[in-house]
Design a protein around this ligand. Structure first.
Ligand code: PLP
Length: 395
């Protein structure tokens, strides 16, 4: 009964593992869960009030497909003021989480068989989103270039079928942030070869001390003309359940994306749109700054702890987002060991759940979230230290 596309599509392994751990926890298991992809902060009060007001005022009907005007205006304004991009409301399409924007954009951009360059390690859904649109992900390993795609490695992949390149800075799962000159070099190649840059900037507001974020579309007008910026409220405002994301794109692309959305899901929830609008227009800056400082402290705690946990090795010091990306090869003891077997061992022996990297194209790495409480990070590090000590003593 299944189409070849459906047969080729595994269920999301990250969501499946997260659900498995949550069900073990619900059964009373003693596990520190570092697999998740969401901050433990609450929805900002301003956003929750906005949602309550929307219900009270009857904003409970279909909205325009691309989202209500004031929200698109507020998103465009924020992209101008915070990231230096020149977007207008007509460039903005709000979506059911950034995920929907990403899932739809390749249908908008690609003919069947077109190629999309995808640096690896990548977020687990990227290759499937590309393939579902009938396009072909061309995966480029970035392990030897600091987990970043370079202009040379991009250029080396270009064929007459190359249509787009998909960037994600700050990155899930590696935590690396591309600097301005690196993005400029990649964008120059994209302009030279007529490629579209799909830039997933969902973690763009969560950049840690010592790093700075550049939005690709802010680089130059001719670059913005071939860039689709993807963002959302899940990470910046810890609003994962509200499902509001957006694409900011040249006007014909935004219109086409809106048309696809109009024939599939329509606009995202009207109530969530009002919550997102209130998050943007309410005075949330102080709260966001407090959260950024807290996340920075959690990152430091996690990284310092991992530095002392030989033979685990932090593969890159995270500069943004909330994941630590750890090389686990030092823990291999049997032929056939990989991050899956290490993650299973750590769950069983240490009671710490980490995300194995196989489906991120990183079979020797695991991803640890530091979006959890300080207590959970401390407890996880303590458990890992005890477990590694007993392994090291045995050897
Ligand atoms: N892009 C990346 C890199 C992510 O890590 C995630 C969520 O984990 C998303 C997009 C999707 O976010 P949303 O909740 O807005 O759909």
């Amino acid at each position: 009964m299944l189409s070849s596309r459906a047969r080729a599509l595994p269920a999301s392994s990250t969501a499946a593992l997260d659900a498995h751990i949550k069900s073990l926890l619900a059964d009373g298991a003693d596990i520190v869960n570092l697999t998740g992809g969401e901050l433990d902060f609450p929805t900002p009060e301003q956003a929750a009030d906005g949602a309550r007001r929307a219900i009270a005022e009857g904003h409970t009907r279909y909205t325009p497909v691309a989202g209500i005007g004031p929200l698109r205006e507020a998103i465009a304004r924020r992209l101008r003021t915070h990231w230096g991009c020149s977007y207008e409301p007509a460039h903005i399409v709000t979506t059911n989480g950034a995920k929907q924007a990403l899932a739809q954009i390749f249908t908008v951009l690609c003919e069947p068989g077109d190629e999309v360059v995808l640096p690896a390690p990548y977020w687990v859904s990227f290759p499937h989103m590309i393939a579902l649109a009938g396009a072909v992900p061309v995966v480029v390993d970035t392990a030897t270039t600091g987990f970043k795609l370079t202009a040379e490695s991009l250029r080396a992949q270009i064929t007459p079928r190359t249509r787009a390149v998909l960037l994600n800075s700050p990155s899930n799962p590696t935590g690396v942030v591309y600097d301005r000159s690196e993005l400029q070099a990649l964008a120059t190649v994209a302009v030279e070869h007529g490629l579209v840059i799909v830039s997933d900037e969902i973690y763009g507001d969560l950049v840690h001390e010592g790093a700075s974020f550049t939005s690709v579309a802010s680089l130059a007008p001719e670059i913005a003309e071939r860039t689709v910026t993807i963002g959302g409220f899940s990470k910046t405002y810890a609003m994962t359940g509200w499902r509001i994301g957006f694409a900011a794109a040249p006007q014909p692309v935004a219109a086409a994306l809106s048309a696809v959305q109009g024939h599939t899901s329509s606009a995202p929830s009207s109530i969530s749109q009002h919550a997102a609008l209130a998050a943007l227009t309410g005075d949330t800056d102080a709260e966001l700054a407090r959260r950024a400082a807290e996340l920075n402290a959690r990152r430091a705690l996690m990284c310092e702890g991992l530095d002392g946990l030989r033979p685990l090795r932090l593969a890159a010091r995270p500069q943004g987002g909330f994941f630590a990306f750890v090389d686990v090869r030092g823990l291999y003891t049997r032929p056939g060991d990989d991050a899956q077997t290490v993650a299973a061992d750590l769950l069983e022996k240490a009671g710490v759940a980490v995300m194995p990297g196989r489906d991120f194209a990183a079979p020797d790495h695991v991803r640890l979230s530091y979006a959890v409480s300080t207590e959970d990070i401390t407890q996880a590090l303590h458990r890992l230290a005890t477990c590694l000590k007993s392994i090291n003593e045995r050897e």
